[in-house]
Write a protein that binds this ligand. Structure first.
Ligand SMILES: Cc1cc2nc3c(=O)[nH]c(=O)nc-3n(C[C@H](O)[C@H](O)[C@H](O)COP(=O)(O)OP(=O)(O)OC[C@H]3O[C@@H](n4cnc5c(N)ncnc54)[C@H](O)[C@@H]3O)c2cc1C
Length: 527
């Protein structure tokens, strides 16, 4: 007999399967020995009140064992000799496009400028150790894309539940823990993601697809208004329709498209800082307990959002128990981001704190005063990002040392005499962020911090550090495509995909977009 229960229990009661079985037996009057297995369908933490509860939806197997797996695996075809599709970029967009193409009977040829996910790790370590950024292998470029060394948060604002579940299932099929199917806020963790990504590559290769590392697309092969393939940095040509999933850091790709007259649009993004608190402090605030999270709760999350002078100010990509990382993709840049291991066990919790900036804001006198006239083209937001990242690198003594300021000092517009210890391994230096970052951003951030401090007592504190600068919250450019065919508005055979195209933000939404682009190309090939 299988029974479904909605349960509300303490974190300790929900901590292990044995505890949950015991709870069910007591609450539902069942002999615990008859409960052969349980399967958690949904899990969320309710931390709104002083007493914290875990809400569970479970299947309880009484006197029987589960007969099926927690998910139905996707079946992949053999695509040797099938129509070839060029997939540029092996981030979530490109990888999920490649897997979907195999499912649909097309042969993906994945071309990736960076190294495989394990080799890449060495270049990433060098950024912290030697302050050297390899322009082809870094936190943005390489197998797994920007998502590989991340928190691996898998939640999305996407409303398409079915699509989200499919993506999570494919992650599980490639080795992710099945708990991501149940968790309200699933995450994989930077220590576990590389093995999952590697397993996806094996699926692509085993079924007849190709993966070419350290192969950078430098050119599209265009005849008339049709894209027929790509040319790489070493002069090779790969022919077929092109799924362009190069992410938001491939500025050379945007420039190549711009100079070739490919239709692009400037796109709004958000700019700010990484804010890092001691994890204990965030746990105390969010769990209303001066002892923090205790033994049975995970590092606490938060989400902040407000409006200041007509622009949204919000927390972005929160990493509980995580690390701030140097996310530049080339020399003369300093840009920060965050990641966490699966345990979320570090002593710090961070999030981006960013202000929405729209293309029309480039006309704002406060931005013009610091950044002059930007060109007013589809690349103007990209130029703003570049200027800010270079300015930040200069303020960091032309190294990856992050200019930083205590939180209250920033709000009060004073230099910090010293800084708390941070998780950022290249190191930090005290810097008046309120002075050199655009006032358009800093004045709104300061006001938002005061609001957040009022709604969340203890959040606005000098124990927290601001690290500059956070600019890569989304693509600065949209590569314009049609809504129905997902093909570029003019160029037949070109499918702008994922975050870089301006149609996704985050791992899951890039993956969903990758699948949709694959379906669109398969439909194009079969007509
Ligand atoms: C440190 C960090 C932490 C993050 N944490 C999270 C998180 O926890 N949850 C979440 O949802 N999102 C997170 N993100 C954002 C997320 O990683 C991106 O939204 C997602 O990876 C976008 O997927 P994509 O496939 O569109 O592009 P990308 O992941 O950027 O992949 C693009 C790929 O294209 C390759 N490429 C670029 N140009 C070329 C070229 N010319 N030729 C060949 N290959 C090329 C790149 O090397 C790269 O591998 C994080 C990002 C970073 C940097």
């Amino acid at each position: 007999m299988i029974r479904e229960y909605q349960l509300r229990m303490s974190p300790e009661q929900a901590a292990t399967e044995a505890n949950i079985k015991r709870y069910i037996s007591q609450e539902k009057g069942l002999d615990v020995r008859t409960i052969k297995a349980i399967r958690i369908l949904k899990r969320s933490i309710d931390a709104r009140q002083r007493a914290i509860f875990v809400n569970l939806k479970v299947l309880c197997y009484v006197n029987e064992q589960p007969q099926d797996e927690p998910f139905v695996p996707v079946e992949y075809q053999d695509v040797h000799g099938k129509p070839r599709v060029v997939v540029v970029g092996a981030g979530p967009g490109g990888l999920f496009a490649a897997l979907r193409l195999i499912e649909l009977g097309c042969c993906p040829v994945v071309v990736e400028r960076g190294k495989d996910v394990h080799e890449r790790r060495k270049d990433i370590a060098r950024i912290s150790r030697e302050h050297k950024v390899d322009a082809e292998s870094n936190y943005a470029f390489g197998e797994g894309g920007a998502g590989a060394y991340s928190d691996g948060k898998l939640y999305t604002r996407s409303k398409k539940r079915g699509s989200v579940e499919r993506i999570l299932t494919i992650f599980c099929q490639h080795g992710a823990d099945v708990s991501i199917l149940a968790d309200a806020h699933p995450h994989i963790g930077t220590d576990k993601l590389p093995a999952v990504i590697e397993a996806m590559r094996h699926t692509i290769l085993e079924h007849g697809g190709e993966v070419h590392f350290q192969t950078r697309m430098d050119e599209l092969i265009i005849r008339g208004d049709k894209v027929e393939g790509i040319r790489t940095h070493d002069g090779r040509e790969f022919l077929g329709p092109v799924i362009l999933a190069t992410g938001h850091s491939a500025r050379d790709v945007y420039r190549m498209l711009f100079s070739g007259g490919v239709e692009l649009e400037a796109k709004g993004l958000a700019i700010g800082v990484r804010l890092e608190h001691p994890a204990m402090l965030i746990d105390q605030i969010q769990y209303h307990n001066r002892n923090g999270r205790g033994r049975f709760l995970p590092a606490a999350e938060y989400r902040m959002v407000t409006q200041v002078e007509g622009r949204g100010v919000y927390s972005f990509c929160m990493c509980p128990g995580g690390f701030v990382v140097p996310a530049a993709s080339g020399p003369h840049q300093l840009v920060v981001n965050g990641m966490s291991p699966s345990s979320r066990g570090s002593r710090w919790s961070n999030s981006g704190m960013v202000v929405e900036v729209r293309p029309e804001d480039l006309e704002d006198p406060a931005l013009k005063a610091t950044h002059g006239e930007l060109h007013g083209t589809s690349l103007s937001m990209l130029e703003l990002q570049e200027q800010l990242e270079e300015l930040c690198w200069q303020q960091g003594n032309m190294r990856q040392t992050a200019p930083s300021q205590r939180m209250v000092d920033f709000v009060r517009r004073r230099l910090s005499y010293d800084l708390p210890q941070t998780s950022y391994s290249p190191g930090v230096l005290s810097s008046p962020l309120h002075f050199w970052m655009p006032p358009f951003v800093t004045s709104r951030l300061a006001k938002a911090f005061e609001i957040f401090g009022r709604t969340s007592h203890g959040f606005l504190t000098n124990e927290a550090t601001l690290l500059a600068i956070e600019t890569r919250t989304s693509a600065p450019v949209r590569i314009v495509r049609t809504d129905d065919t997902l093909c570029h508005v003019r160029l037949q055979g070109l499918y702008p995909c994922g975050e870089g195209a301006g149609y996704a933000g985050g791992i899951v939404s890039a993956a969903i977009d990758g699948e949709r682009c694959a379906e669109a190309v398969a439909a194009y090939l079969h007509t």
